[in-house]
Ligand binder design. Sequence first.
Ligand code: B12
Ligand code: SF4
Length: 446
Amino acid sequence: MKLEDHPTVKRYREQAEAISATKAPNTLDAEWLKQQVLEAGADDVGLVEINRPELGEYQADILEIFPHTQTLVSFVRRLNPENIRCISQAVRDLEFIRTQKEADGIARKVTQVLAQKGVGALNYACGFPMDLDKWPGKMWPVSHKPIAVAAGLGHLGNNRNLLHPRFGNFILLDTVLVDREATAYDSPLDYNPCIECKLCAAVCPVGAVGNDGNFQFSNCFTHNYRERLGGFADWVENIVTSKTVRDYRKKVADPETVSMWQSLSYGICNKSSYCLAACPAGDERIGLYLADRQAYMKQVVKPLQNNTESVFVIPGSDAEAHVAKRYPHKTIRRVGNGLRPNSAQNFLASLPVVFQRNQSEGLDVTYHFTFTGEDNCEATVIIRNKTLEVKAGHVDTADLHVTADTRTWLDFLAKEKNLLWALLSRKIRIKGSPKLMMAFAKCFPS
Ligand code: B12
Ligand code: SF4
């Protein structure tokens, strides 16, 4: 059959005129577009053009999944603060899971409305699913927070969550990618709703949120994400490496096993989110905090701090020390978090997110790395004043030089190869004091 005789092609040709008559203009009216998003159920919405300079580092990933993107429609869906502040994890999870589904539904509805106008639009996930073939790298092509900031929906607070001027951080975010320009775009909010009360730092059970705005990713990830991604991988490995049922039960307590079932069957669960719960920012949330600070502490902050619960930590991490010192009534559970670099580049990129700054106390050391074999690259790692810097190539003078066959190094990090064996077989060579190697390992426990 000739292409022109195919029923689909014939119908298309017949309807081409009608389609072009109903087609939306090349530029969408901004107010109309926002109205559609609000009518679909969003609580606030903002628009950003794809080439906004502050989105520079996020642009390529967005265009990779939807190359025609012209406009980013950023919106928020409110969370019920009472649920999020509840000491019952089940009550908090109910609200997170429900709201996430609602946000995904709103985004999908918006794409359907736009499709009826002949406008191409893609709805991205509020949270999950993610592109897990990119694990352990960046698995989410759309980063909602920086987009929401550019869209004027708020700013990141000390807890690194987006604080909306009215709703505070009791919101989830989502983004729709649209293939048309809009008649107008929004600008960032002219103030930060964060009042720098630092209550987020005071409640985080693992100390992941610092008073100085520092965020320790892997400590939050190990605890809060115990039942997803790397936490799940660690659970599977616990099963595989258990020699007997008793052995497994020593590693995984019964409530943890059934909790894994709940997370898998009902929906993704969070162990804490207290940094969100304690935050008084936002016009609608600040009342009690301003009226009676003590009452706020008693009603909101103390119940989270006093909650007796298991806290999941990497052995030797700052998180472990934090729970032991600040929350002796909580139970420390020493676990793995499944984060294992899969290339030399990924190892270097992961260092800032796994760095334990308190374990580096007193260090002022420059490390040179030379990777050979699978990956060929050189890098410098400087640990000084409890901060970490990773630079490409060899800069400054090294106190310790590590030359490693990449595969051996990755296997060593994955605990599949022994360092002593690697040193004896010269797959890993060090020039400098072995003590500096041990000091390095202490900063990156796994
Ligand atoms: C990755 C991620 C996380 C990571 C990192 C969080 C972070 N501060 O960036 C972890 C696992 C720790 C996390 C925890 C939580 N998250 Co989260 N998370 C995301 C995600 C997928 C991307 C965030 C992002 O763009 N970061 C990039 C920029 C802004 O951050 P960055 O500091 O430059 O880089 C960080 C990341 O790149 C990360 N990172 C680097 N390498 C790797 C490797 C892996 C494997 C992972 C997972 C992360 C990671 O570490 C860096 C340092 O923090 C978004 C959903 C989305 N698609 O946008 C939700 C999102 C940010 N999370 C959200 C929430 C609610 C939470 C939690 C409260 C848990 C929960 N109940 O869901 C906690 C809060 C922790 C905190 N105080 O920040 C909400 C925030 C809502 C708001 N009001 O701002 C979002 C927007 C989801 C949503 N759709 O609403 N989250
Ligand atoms: S989600 Fe929990 S563990 Fe993560 S930063 Fe917030 S309070 Fe800390």
